[in-house]
Design a protein around this ligand. Structure first.
Ligand SMILES: Nc1ncnc2c1ncn2[C@@H]1O[C@H](COP(=O)(O)OP(=O)(O)OP(=O)(O)O)[C@@H](O)[C@H]1O
Length: 292
């Protein structure tokens, strides 16, 4: 039985100003994976390779048991993909698009589409050219979700939305994902969005996978300590990701706070004043800085 929704192995691709080398990324069935990265980190490239839209220079891509790009046509029936550059016919209505998608994908669920129309406050007979950006994003999501794909891939679904539309889309997605058994990969620059929806989180920077962990263990293993420096304080602490000194004080960040890090601090002459959990955004930034 196939355990993975997808499995990308040793993926390499080179552009004039960008290189991805030996990227390994996989997603267990039924999980939601959030892919976080700054502009140009390689999120869309990773997704395009996964979808068979771009051919990697090297590596293997297995999606729901299909090898891509060779078995792209068969795989597409089970994959729902939404991205900013999804083309809609601007002179046609949302209803026309629903019927069109149904003619290609017979399992398009009109009952579910109707439910989503209400949830997203969309009007079926409105033409695409009349939709705002937020409404267009919601329309794209509706068209993809109503196919009930086994794997849902969303490239930056919340980018460019105002805070209210973003919250609406995230809330609906969170509800929809909880309802269902489907596997989801979605990318964002926004760690709050990722935190809200994901079980697993991957940090990508300059084509490299910096970390891939479940959300809980990220939050448990990273901490920020405020310390007083003792006269015997050493230059480094085993397990510290960064140390920032200011006079007799120091701020120490670690990704090993679930272990014996407090003891290591003590042995290195750092007296702990307080310990803080870090937000996903702070963890992401610390991760990127450590690897640059
Ligand atoms: N077809 C291409 N030809 C040349 N360079 C490309 C091509 N596609 C992507 N790149 C480069 O690869 C890098 C990664 O781009 P990608 O779109 O994957 O990043 P991203 O993480 O999705 O960024 P953003 O958040 O800005 O969308 C960028 O430097 C981009 O210029």
């Amino acid at each position: 039985m196939q355990q993975y929704a997808f499995d990308m192995r040793n993926i390499s691709i080179r552009y004039p100003h960008f290189a991805m080398e030996n990227l390994n990324l996989s997603l267990a069935k039924g999980q939601v994976l959030g892919l976080v990265g700054v502009n140009g980190a390689g999120k869309s490239t990773t997704i395009r390779i996964l979808m068979g839209l771009v051919k990697a220079d090297a590596g293997q891509v297995d999606v729901l048991g299909y090898q891509l790009p060779a078995q792209q046509v068969q795989a597409k029936y089970d994959i729902g993909f939404a991205s900013d550059d999804m083309r809609l016919y601007k002179n046609q209505t949302l209803q026309w698009h629903m019927d069109f998608i149904h003619s290609i994908f017979p399992n398009f669920d009109h009952g579910y589409a109707k439910d989503l129309l209400q949830r997203f406050e969309l009007i079926a007979d409105q033409k695409m050219k009349g939709l705002s950006h937020g409404q267009r994003v919601k329309a794209c999501l509706l068209l993809v979700l109503a196919r009930r794909p086994k794997l849902l891939v969303l490239d930056e679904p919340t980018t460019g939305l105002d805070p209210v539309a973003r919250d609406e889309v995230l809330t609906e997605l969170a509800d929809i994902l909880r309802d269902d058994e489907r596997s989801v990969l979605f990318s964002s620059h926004n760690t709050h969005d990722i935190e809200k929806l994901s079980d697993q989180i991957a940090f990508l920077d300059k084509g490299k996978l910096l970390a891939l962990q479940d959300k809980e263990s990220f939050v448990q293993s990273w901490s920020r300590y405020r310390c007083q420096l003792m006269p015997q304080a050493q230059d480094s602490v085993p397990g510290a990701v960064s140390i920032r000194r200011s006079g007799q004080l120091a701020e120490v960040i670690t990704d090993q706070s679930s272990g014996n890090f407090a003891v290591a601090l003590q042995h290195s002459g750092f007296k702990v004043i307080e310990q803080h959990r870090m937000s996903l955004e702070e963890i992401f930034v610390a991760n990127v800085k450590r690897n640059r």
